[in-house]
Design a protein around this ligand. Structure first.
Ligand code: NDP
Length: 401
């Protein structure tokens, strides 16, 4: 069992006043859904910081509309463009990685961590070190830095609220006071766009087909992760760090309708689940209002109209990423860092048209085999292993061309 989980974190404080909020990755899919919720109830929130990587136009539009204190663009070559786009708005413009960390550390009541990938680790940690309430969408932070990340959160008194719909569901139904009464946690998985596709046919799928998720509209990287089912593998690692259970207590169940978002089974045979239409505004709103609840425009669940919910076991032969992620979790140490780095590189190469869909898991597998670094003792170690693993994966990608 991990050393620190959500069971060790502080409770809520200060309800019922204007909330000061920040969004890291505000221009992405999670970020835009969060902005949508803020715009529906503007008098309830004051926006401190919004950040993006390169999308100056969207960032400036959001910052003007929400009257943010500061807007940060990670790519510092775009600082002049952001400054110009914000001229006369009263919103401060900033750029670069240091500015991102500084914005994440600004005092606020709630912060959404929704940068994609390993790039989110540093700014999310900067927020955690201020003891913020952090709504955590950036699962890659936990995959790469698991124990170190959770220990930092505990040490600084930060409160993590999981945004991933599965982990948010578990958070809502898990009895943190009696972890010994939990038998299993079942993460549901839609199965992605290729759930029923034969493996031979998967070899020919295009990036456009891979990002066309049947139930969720998400950013390109997580959509490809859903198609390979690496996303579910990353989520198993995420769940292991968030919840007080052992690796063997974490199951995956394919549920194509994405209505049951996950379940917790208890020793008396009870199974508690959280259900809802597949709309990320529901879990985001849960974290935004926590421990209260707020209204969202998410479509209400109509089970009679749906008629039936179906389930099947995951197929680890057609989706080898599942076993790779389990291997990384079992072996621990630096192996999850390598898994994540190789996957990010392979997904980027697939989206760029450089490799085929099936090569993604192959490159991750070969990177895991090629790599035997020791366990990271510090976040600097994690950064170094991430760098090395990316180079190894890039070599495999180049060799495969
Ligand atoms: P998107 O790709 O849609 O958005 C990513 C955001 O991060 C954008 O604001 C982007 O800016 C910014 N960004 C990208 N690269 C960098 C960088 N190097 N430095 C700083 N900022 C950067 O991602 P999603 O919203 O889909 O996913 C965000 C996180 O949430 C991921 O960790 C994902 O796994 C998780 N998640 C997402 C779900 C979803 O429904 N989308 C569901 C559950 C979890 P720009 O727009 O300028 O590129």
């Amino acid at each position: 069992m991990p050393l620190a989980t959500l069971a060790d974190m502080p409770g809520p404080e200060r309800a019922g006043r204007v909330k000061r909020v920040s969004i890291l990755g505000s221009t992405g899919s999670i970020g835009c859904n969060t902005v949508d919720l803020l715009q529906r109830n503007p008098q309830a929130y004051e926006v401190v910081a919004l950040t993006a990587n390169r999308d100056v136009a969207a960032l400036a539009r959001q910052a003007r509309s929400l009257q943010a204190e500061v807007a940060v663009i990670a790519d510092d070559s775009l600082y002049p463009a952001l400054k110009e786009a914000l001229a006369g708005s009263g919103v401060e413009a900033a750029a670069g990685k240091g500015a991102l960390d500084e914005a994440a550390a600004r005092p606020c009541d709630w912060l959404m961590a929704a940068i994609i990938g390993y790039a989110g680790l540093g700014p999310t940690l900067a927020a955690i070190r201020q003891g913020h309430v952090v709504a955590l969408a950036n699962k890659e932070s936990l995959v790469c830095a698991g124990d170190l990340f959770m220990n930092e959160a505990r040490h600084h008194g930060a409160r993590l609220l999981p945004v991933d719909s599965e982990h948010n569901a578990i958070y809502q139904v898990l009895d943190f006071d009696r972890p010994e009464r939990i038998e299993r946690i079942t993460l549901t998985a839609s199965g992605g766009p290729f759930r029923t596709l034969r493996r031979e046919a998967m070899a020919r799928v295009t990036p456009e087909q891979a990002v066309a998720h049947p139930n969720w509209r998400m950013g390109a990287k997580i959509s490809v992760d859903s198609a390979t089912m690496m996303n579910k593998g990353l989520e198993v690692i995420e769940a292991y760090h968030l919840f007080p259970v052992e690796v063997e207590q974490l199951d995956i169940l394919v549920h194509p309708q994405s209505v049951i978002h996950s379940m917790v089974s208890y020793v008396d045979g009870s199974v508690l689940a959280q259900l809802g239409s597949p709309d990320m505004r529901t879990p985001i709103a849960y974290t935004l209002a926590w421990p209260d609840r707020i209204d969202t425009p998410a479509e209400r669940l109509d089970l009679a109209r749906l008629g039936q919910l179906t389930f099947e076991a995951p197929d680890e032969e057609r989706f080898p990423a599942l076993a790779l992620a389990r291997r990384a979790l079992r072996e621990g140490g630096s192996v999850p860092v390598v898994l994540n780095a190789a996957n990010e590189e392979a997904v980027a190469a697939f989206l760029a048209g450089s490799i085929g869909f099936l090569n993604i898991a192959e490159i991750v597998a070969r990177s895991l085999d090629a790599f035997s670094p020791g366990a990271p003792d510090s976040l600097e170690d994690v950064a170094e292993i991430d760098r090395q693993a990316r180079r190894v994966a890039q070599d495999f990608i180049a060799a495969g061309k």
